[in-house]
Design a protein around this ligand. Structure first.
Ligand code: 4NP
Length: 166
């Protein structure tokens, strides 16, 4: 049993999903690229927008980490348009913010004070394999990036299935 999606804040406008990590150059842009592509393939592109940000600002304006980008390319996803953005108050208007790990979730809570727990949660709350974190691959080897891709693909499929049921 996976989590259910919160209702749209403004019916009739695009449902906005933001993925959140630390640097916004590895995990959350990988998740947003894959989820965005799955949304597109499902024919939901005019109803759902997906973007990503990081709780830290060190990489703002930079493209994705090359290891993340090449992991995506090898699986036929294109993350070349990504430029890193930092989490700020505007993101709190999203319908759903999905944090990659508990630290990132705490970062959203630190910005927001009180949040609707249905709208700010861990990305893997929707993972059909079970809940958990998407571990930070930045200081590790290629397997970490492959693991991130597998997690975001299977979880993205489940999120799109839930979007189709909305
Ligand atoms: P991300 O990975 O949060 O998945 O984008 C990281 C990127 C950069 C850093 C840490 C994690 N950093 O320390 O610069």
């Amino acid at each position: 049993m996976t989590a259910s999606l919160p209702t749209a804040r403004e019916p009739g406008t695009a449902y906005r999903i933001g993925t959140v990590c630390l640097g916004n150059i590895c995990r959350s842009p990988m998740a947003a690229t894959v989820l965005g592509e799955l949304v597109d393939r499902a024919g939901l592109a005019d109803r759902v927008e997906v973007s990503s940000c990081g709780t830290g600002g060190w990489h703002v304006g930079q493209p994705m980490d090359e290891r993340a980008a090449s992991t995506l390319r090898a699986a036929d996803y294109d993350g070349s348009d990504h430029r890193a953005q930092q989490l700020g108050p505007g993101w709190l208007a999203y319908d759903l913010l999905l944090a990659m790990d508990e630290d990132n979730l705490a970062g959203v809570h630190a910005l927001a004070g009180e949040v609707d727990p249905a709208r700010v949660r861990l990305f893997r709350d929707f993972d059909p394999v079970g809940p958990g974190e998407v571990p930070d691959p930045y200081y590790g080897g290629p397997q970490g990036f492959a693991d991130v891709l597998a997690m975001v693909e299977r979880t993205g499929v489940a999120i799109v299935a839930a979007l189709e049921r909305m």
